[in-house]
Design a protein around this ligand. Structure first.
Ligand code: 5GP
Length: 117
């Protein structure tokens, strides 16, 4: 299935993004509207999975790949010791706006607690 989401277009370089990480399966790029000093999105490149709720058991390794890519980036950029947060929003109540799964990596300052307002 062709990935016609915004992030599919970023994967195909049809729209620009500041790419900070890439391997065979994962792409990492800066969020256009950062919610922290560091805000990077990590996405699977080869499979279109709209939400975490759509993830199939055979695709489970992809979530680990996204997490490892985020952790590696944090170490290389020097903020792993201070800490960071990873977030994956699923559907409306979580505020998901792009329906191709993505891991948010937030860091660079103490992050507030979160939950229902
Ligand atoms: P969601 O709310 O679906 O979990 O996260 C989608 C994220 O994509 C948001 O944080 C939003 O700022 C980011 N975003 C939306 N449009 C673009 C874009 O064109 N380029 C980049 N780099 N990020 C985007």
């Amino acid at each position: 299935m062709r990935n016609d989401t915004l992030f599919g277009k970023i994967i195909r370089r049809e729209i620009p993004a500041t790419i900070v990480y890439e391997d065979e399966e994962v792409l990492g790029f800066k969020d256009i509207a950062p919610q922290a000093p560091v805000h990077v999105l990590f996405i699977p490149k080869n499979e279109l999975i709209p939400t975490l709720d759509d993830l199939q058991p055979a695709q489970a390794h992809l979530i680990g790949k996204l997490a490892l890519a985020a952790a590696g980036y944090a170490r290389r950029e020097g903020f792993a010791q201070n800490g960071y947060r990873i977030v994956m929003n699923c559907r409306e109540d979580a505020g998901q706006t792009v329906f191709h799964i993505h891991l948010h990596l937030l860091a660079g300052a103490p992050l507030g607690q979160f939950g229902a307002a």
